[in-house]
Ligand binder design. Structure first.
Ligand SMILES: [Zn+2]
Length: 371
């Protein structure tokens, strides 16, 4: 029986499209509050250009004037801040056993959330129906649904981010080849993106946690094990958008069979450790694989997240940190900072919303390396 379409009103407001506006908006976001003079200095744009861009952002409601700098000899300067209520995004974390739906404001701060007891164990169409109901429910909490920019959906990979089509997600044959983005966009009638849960979590971390560096690896340990790579402030997905299959690196040629068909994948070894009631060993295995990652990509910052990590975060962090310290040959030179996700609750759903918000702040150019 066809499922009735209930389209959302939204995405009619102008988005930031040009490079310089995104540059200015990103500086406002990163600084919290910033003056026009500082924006000119930070972007290299003329005072006249900044005035024009800021006037447009003010007219669109994306920034507001709020407060003044303390006088430092010269006259006080008016500060600009993001207006959180100017835009909203919906983030959906579609997981194997359940689904989380959040509504975030422009700053990726969650303002409403719903948890659904069904996840990808349901048929794709049933799952989408439940998600659509939850999306309508969270949108009822804002006064104007035209401020919705779009819906981001994060789910286990492998998947094609460009087309939004799922591939062979382990243990979920009904979803193999399912055009999730097209079907979801058809239901919602607003821009929709689909990405791996690990990428969404990494992006959410970079947008919502203050002080997150421009380069880091996010290790996500849930029922599966994935990694999100943020390089130069942007998610690195690879040519086929399938980078970060961290859990399927082969650690033991004679190890247990993995559902992917190979033997001794990290994920299979971790699952065996967890089933044996030894989460510390699972964390040490992840720490060992993290050393491989650091030696390949020279990350100096790693973030840990996902349900297995958050079940006992301090112990997981300690095991991973100790393992990295023990296995890296020159830990004092190749120092690695490991932290727990800053956005603990609903981090992946918030990251899914960030998939929609990120283009507002994306200049299309990775920041230049400092020298
Ligand atoms: Zn595998």
């Amino acid at each position: 029986m066809p499922v009735p379409v209930r389209r959302l009103a939204g995405a009619n407001l102008p988005l930031v499209r040009d490079h310089n506006s995104a540059l200015v908006l990103d500086l406002v976001r990163r600084n919290g509050a910033i003056s026009r003079v500082e924006l000119a200095a930070g972007t290299g744009l003329s005072a006249q250009a900044i005035t024009k861009i800021v006037n447009r952002l003010l007219a669109d409601g994306l920034v507001t004037e709020a407060g003044r700098t303390g006088a430092t000899g010269g006259k006080p300067r008016t500060l600009l801040r993001l207006e959180p209520t100017a835009r909203y995004a919906v983030g959906v974390h579609l997981d194997r056993a359940d689904t989380t739906v959040v509504l975030t404001d422009l700053t990726a701060h969650p303002v409403a959330r719903r948890r659904l007891p069904q996840g990808m164990a349901a048929t794709p169409e049933d799952a989408l129906t439940a998600i659509a109901d939850a999306v309508h429910s969270v949108l009822a909490e804002i006064p104007d649904t035209r401020r919705l920019v779009g819906v981001g959906i994060a789910c286990p990979g492998p998947l094609d981010h460009t087309t939004g089509i799922l591939h062979r997600v382990t243990g979920l044959p009904a979803w193999d080849g399912f055009p999730l983005r097209a079907r979801a966009a058809g239901r919602f009638g607003v821009p929709t993106v689909v990405d791996k849960d690990s990428n969404a979590a990494a992006l959410g971390e970079s947008l919502s946690a203050a002080g997150t560096p421009d380069d880091f690896g996010y290790l996500y340990h849930g029922q599966g094990l994935g990694a999100g790579f943020v390089l130069g402030g942007r998610v690195y997905r690879g040519r086929r958008t399938n980078a970060g299959e961290f859990g399927h690196q082969i650690m033991d040629l004679d190890g247990p069979r993995c559902p992917c068909g190979n033997r001794g994948c990290l994920e299979a070894l971790c699952r065996a450790a967890l089933e044996a009631g030894d989460p510390a060993r699972a964390a040490r295995l992840v720490g060992t694989a993290a050393v491989n990652l650091v030696r390949l990509l020279d990350f100096e910052h790693l973030v840990l997240g996902g349900p297995v990590v958050l079940a006992d975060p301090e112990r997981y962090l300690r095991e991973v940190t100790t393992t990295i310290g023990a296995l890296l040959p020159e830990p004092t030179w190749q120092r690695v900072t490991v932290t727990l996700t800053g956005a603990r609750a609903d981090a992946t759903a918030v990251g899914a919303a960030a998939l929609i918000l990120a283009p507002l702040f994306d200049t299309g150019v990775a920041p230049a390396a400092s020298c």
